[in-house]
Design a binder for this molecule. Sequence first.
Ligand code: GDP
Ligand code: ZN
Length: 350
Amino acid sequence: MNNLSLYGWNDNLFQLKQASQYKHLFHGRVSAVNKTNYEVIAKTGRLLCELAGNVLYGRSSFELPCTGDWIIFQPFDDNKGIIVDILPRKCTLYRRKSGTLSDTQAIASHVDKAFIIQSLDVNFNVRRIERFMVQIVEENIKPILILTKSDLEFDLHQIDESLRHISTQMPIFFTSILSPETILPLRESVKQGETIVFVGSSGVGKSSLINALCEQTIFLTSEISKSSGKGRHTSTRREMVLMENSGILIDTPGVREFGLASDNPETLADIFDVSDFAGSCRFDNCTHVEEPGCAVVEAVNNGLLEPEIYQSYLKLRKESWYFSASEHEKRKRDKSFARISEEAKWKKKH
Ligand code: GDP
Ligand code: ZN
C-alpha cells in the first residue's frame, strides 16, 4: 500500500476531487508518460492507465496528463486503469516546443520547486539560466540553481559576477557527487511532500544528483559500463522518485532549451533585477524598450547595467510577446469557431 501523502496528496487536492463527477472512484499521480499509456502511482500500487475517450475529447495536447498530474481512474484487471478525469492543474511547468510559435508542451504539474541544473564546465550559460528562470517563476514555481561538478576547476569570482543580477531571486547551490557535504544542505532544503522538477541538459549530472540525494542508485548514470564495456546504459529511466521522508523528485529527460511559453511579458523586469533602475523611468508603465526617459536604457548607456543582460531581457520579452499574441489569436479563432458551430446548431433546430 502506498501512502499518497508522501507523493504530495493533500487537503486541497482532496477538495478538487470532491468537485469531480467521478469523486467516488480512485485517484493517483502520473509518474511517467509513455507513448500509449500512463504510469500511475495509486494507493494500491503502480498501475498502467489509458485515457477514456471523454477525457481526450476537446483537449489540446498540452492539456492531456503529464508527469505530476493527479488523475481519477476506474481500475480494471490487475494493475490497469482508465483515466476518467484530471484534477485541475496548478504550478505546471510548460515550454514552447522548439521551432514553433505557440505549440505548448506540459512538462510537469503540481510542482513546488524547480532545480535548474548546470555543470561548472562548458555547460554553464547564464542566458540559459535566465530563460529557465523566467518560465519557472511565471508558473509560481520556486527556482533554485544548482551548479554541479564543483570538483572541477572553475572561476568562482567570474561565476558569482555573472549571476549577480538574478542571484537575489533564487538560492544557488554548488554540488559535487564526490563530496557528500555539498549534497547535504540541498537534501536538507527539501521538505516532505514537496514536488521538485529537475531541468537541464543531459550530461550535467541530473541522474547522479538524484542518486546522491536519495542515497541509492535509482537512475543509471551515463557512465561507461565497466562489466560490459558497451558504453552508455540504455535502460528506461523512472521519471518520478521519492526521497525517503522527504520530497518527490521529477526528472525531465534532457530538456536542453526552453522556448518561453509565457503569456506575461511584464513580469520579466521583476525577474531580471532591473527594478532598481525601473523605479526611475519617466513612465510608470515603462517596458524599457524604447520609451523616452527610460532609466534602464540609461543604466546600460552609463555602464551600470551590462548590455548582455539588457539584450537578454529584450529577447525574452519579444519571445514572450509573440507567444502571448499568438495565444490570443488562437483563442479568438477558437471562440469564433465555437460561435459558428453554435449558429449552425441553432439553424438546424429552427
Ligand atoms: P544526466 O544526463 O544529467 O543525468 O547526467 P549524469 O548523472 O548521467 O552524469 C553525466 C556524467 O557526469 C557522468 O559521467 C557522471 O559521472 C558525471 N558527473 C555527474 N556528477 C558529477 C560531479 O559532481 N563531478 C564530476 N566530476 N562528474 C560528475
Ligand atoms: Zn524603462
